[in-house]
Design a binder for this molecule. Structure first.
Ligand code: UDP
Ligand code: MG
Length: 324
């Protein structure tokens, strides 16, 4: 088969409600290109009918491929699987809920043809998302920009078109905690934004729980910066200087003055304050050490349960057939 012009990578997790609409809209846009393409769905361990629906779609449409992960690994890992298995001259990362408009694909490809290696979507507005989500995301992107020395674009998600050489660069980056919007900036190449309005979800609910968002934010900050460690050092120094001044003050008051006040309140306050500071700093250290541990263990990031629509058969296909 001819090399596809574009591989569209769609991570999906429990998206049965929106999948049909997504497939239809992608198909319309991609067929209009008049070039070979592939759509690579990565099923991130869905518990609903997502995988069954994908099986049907792939059976009817030879340009649709499906990778099913062995369990829910998270969106960034699902993207990893997609990048490792795509074959196009360009790859597009897009959410499966139609919040990123597929209609932008021709414009993105036009920019790629002009010589840009990365065309990333920058949302000028977000429709139908909760104020808490918008605010937390705003704060996060500013914080991220401040702690990292990387020029990570503000208000851009993972919606982006990348040249093959960028895809190869990303696949070569073997970190365990993936944070693609940062990794793409780090990799370099010629990058340009394209603006769009982020629509409301076409159907279903967000799959990003607070826990998943906090993990993504922590991965972004900790994998891209040692500034939290440096802040810990500075905070420790400032607190030490302040407490030394306090120590001198206490000594002077008790030796030269005639202070005999009980003083348990101030002691308790000081003790609690420092215990808090120390625990936070240990936590910061722990975050880094935990990531070193994960990296050194070097486990595969995901396992594949199934590959659908790929030409070549995986080695184990024969033994897999025996079982049924
Ligand atoms: N997703 C995934 N694995 C997860 C969570 C989400 O593959 O563990 C997919 C999800 O199906 C969607 C995309 O990642 O296609 C973005 O998720 P979602 O729309 O829920 O996030 P939000 O837009 O609310 O930030
Ligand atoms: Mg979404």
């Amino acid at each position: 088969m001819k090399t596809p012009l574009i591989s569209v990578i769609v991570p999906v997790y429990n998206e049965e409600k929106v999948l049909a609409a997504t497939c239809a809209r992608l198909r319309t846009v991609l067929l209009a290109l008049g070039e070979p393409y592939e759509v690579l769905f990565v099923d991130d361990g869905s518990r609903d009918r997502t995988l069954d629906l994908l099986r049907d779609v792939a059976a009817e449409d030879s340009s649709v491929k499906v990778l099913a992960l062995s369990r829910n690994f998270g969106q960034q890992v699902a993207i990893t699987a997609g990048l490792e298995h795509c074959s196009g001259r360009t790859a597009l990362l897009i959410d499966g809920d139609l919040q990123d408009p597929p209609e932008l694909i021709p414009d993105m490809l036009a920019l790629w043809r002009q010589g840009w290696d990365v065309v990333y979507g920058r949302r000028t507005a977000r429709v139908g998302e909760k104020a808490t989500k918008k605010t937390s995301s705003r704060i996060f992107y500013r914080l991220l920009r401040w702690v990292t020395d990387q020029d990570i674009p503000v208000d851009a998600g993972d919606f982006r078109l990348m040249d093959r050489k960028v895809v190869d660069a990303l696949v070569a980056m073997k970190e365990q905690s993936k944070f693609y919007r940062g990794m793409v900036s780090w990799a370099g190449f010629r990058q340009t934004p394209i603006e769009f309005v982020r629509e409301a979800r076409a159907a279903g609910e967000t799959k990003f729980t607070w826990r998943k968002m906090v993990k993504l934010a922590a991965d972004g900050i900790i994998s891209f910066s040692v500034k939290p460690l440096r802040i810990a050092t500075w905070l420790g120094t400032a607190v030490s200087i302040a407490s030394f001044a306090g120590l001198v003050w206490v000594l002077v008051r008790t030796t030269i003055g005639s202070e005999t006040a009980p003083g348990w309140a101030s002691l308790a306050v000081i003790d609690l304050f420092f215990s808090g500071v120390i625990l936070i700093l240990i936590g910061v250290l722990g975050e880094y050490i935990g990531r070193i541990f994960e990296q050194s263990r070097g486990r595969p990031l995901y396992f594949l349960q199934e590959r659908i629509g790929f030409d070549e058969k995986p080695d184990r296909a024969a033994s897999e057939e025996e079982r049924t």
